[in-house]
Design a protein around this ligand. Sequence first.
Ligand code: RNT
Ligand code: ZN
Length: 410
Amino acid sequence: MYEKAKELYGNWGIDTETAIEKCAGIPVSLHCWQGDDVRGFEKGASGASGGIQTTGNYPWRANNKTELMADLDFVFSLVPGKKRLNLHAVYAITEMDTDRDKLEPHHFDEWLDWALRRGVGIDLNPTLFSHPLAADGMTLSHSDAAVRNFWIRHVKACRKIAAFIGEKQKTPCLNNIWIPDGLKNPPADRLSARLRLRDALDDIFSVTYNKHHIIDAVESKVFGIGLENYTVGSSEFYIAYAATRGITVLLDNGHYHPTENVADKLPALLAFFDKVALHLTHPVRWDSDHVVLFDDEIKEIIAEIVRNNAEDRVLIGLDYFDASINRIVAWITGARNVQKALLYTFLLPHTEFKYLQEAGNFSKLLAMQEEVKTLPFGAVWEEYLARQNLSTDWFKSAEQYERDVLSKRR
Ligand code: RNT
Ligand code: ZN
């Protein structure tokens, strides 16, 4: 089947071998928080807050570092391609109950060790939610300087950790800041909190690190649950902030109005920013954080990377948390779908399509764009998997893991 597929793609001027090779080299950062519903290892951790929510009560989430690391190993073993690990600060491994403003690089030694042994790079996200000082939904933009300063210290601690990790692993560690800050009801003042956020970030970034060790990003959002009327860190705020401060913006495709096209935002930003980061998710009517599907939205987002040769400029990460089904299955399915989208878009005749557009031949462009959709992608996908000692027949391994490992858990 692969030989036939290779020939059919060849008729379109597409080399399946090059596509497979390129696909295998693009790092995708797998989020650790799908394994335990965004709980982390802090004492008394009870799950996501701050406008985000995990839904579902499938049993057997990871309860500790040993279980989470085992689950990650299992997931990584069934996902093709080059992988990174996307961590959150609450997954720090501390001796006592170290508060978040006291975190140090050594609290991530075990993760770094785990990652170095596997040749995997680490990315980090400071955790500015699920904490008593974030209980009213305000952190870096809080009107109380004591609260603000706690969170400033936390993000500074995370940047120090990220820079340390980046130096050790010899690839930059993405440190992505997302904050829940917002209001449920109509605000009386939309400016003051934004000025406080701007100043807090300036304080945070007044500490400088080697750009080969850390990439700083800010993640905007349109609204959170319980914070529907106002989001301090909106899209305009962070794009303007990042552009004027020389840092990176992170687009989470669940963080826009449902009819906005997130794929279209990528080239707009690539015209001005050296790098853009992504949290890929599947929003259903809202920022629901469902498992990433192999759907048109994801294909189009990935296509904007591939057809603009921006593989080195767009940092791909995942962000979803489904607790309604086997969490490992959710993890693998979403990660594989990103891999599918990568391979699928490497198999499109972008050069010819661009030429048709430039030449104004829109009839042929539309006709051809629709024709390529029925090329035998599945055969190339299976070949890609086979070359990594994987196959489409992975579900039974997940069932086995559920029987042998997960179902033995508390
Ligand atoms: C929340 C943001 C944020 C979180 C993770 C857990 O809406 O998407 O990235 O989902 O950091
Ligand atoms: Zn996100």
